[in-house]
Design a protein around this ligand. Structure first.
Ligand SMILES: [Zn+2]
Length: 155
């Protein structure tokens, strides 16, 4: 996609947030994590769009809304390549990546069926760790079992 077209897609909303470079398969998860599957806001999204860098990608645009970084960083679990673009009056005012937070609370289920968070009304709490292959894992605060990226189930 050339720069002109890229520019057009990005500036299609007057005010708000564009989340670009989402892995195509993660778009619906990102919508859910951000609560955009149940919102009064104006949301546009596209999946399987052309991307020079990644082959295909997804994009989400939310009018008149800007996210706090703690909120947006939650999507880094499923969309580490995402670019966050803030638009004010058709101008890009901020462009950043997303960072995986050190702690994840209440977004993901613990993989261990015997964990207290799966048996009682206790919110999940994890520390983000990396194994010897540099794979991300979530270490449960309660049962100390690790949930791998493949086993992520969002609440
Ligand atoms: Zn657990």
């Amino acid at each position: 996609m050339n720069d002109k077209r890229q520019q057009l897609i990005v500036s299609a909303i007057k005010n708000g947030t564009v989340i670009d470079h989402i892995p195509a398969k993660s778009v619906f998860q990102v919508l859910r994590i951000l609560g955009l599957d149940n919102t009064q806001k104006q949301v546009y999204f596209g999946v399987n769009l052309e991307s020079k860098k990644y082959g295909t990608k997804g994009i989400i645009k939310v009018s008149d809304h800007w996210f706090a970084s703690e909120e947006i960083n939650k999507i880094a679990l499923v969309a580490p390549t995402a670019t966050l673009i803030e638009i004010r009056d058709y101008e890009v005012t901020r462009k950043t990546g997303v960072e995986i937070p050190e702690r994840i609370e209440g977004i993901v289920k613990c993989f261990n069926p015997n964990c207290i968070t799966n048996k009682e009304d206790v919110g999940t709490k994890f520390t983000v760790i990396y194994d010897e292959h540099n794979e991300l894992k979530l270490a449960c605060h309660y049962c100390e079992k690790n949930t791998s990226r493949d086993n992520l189930v969002f609440i």
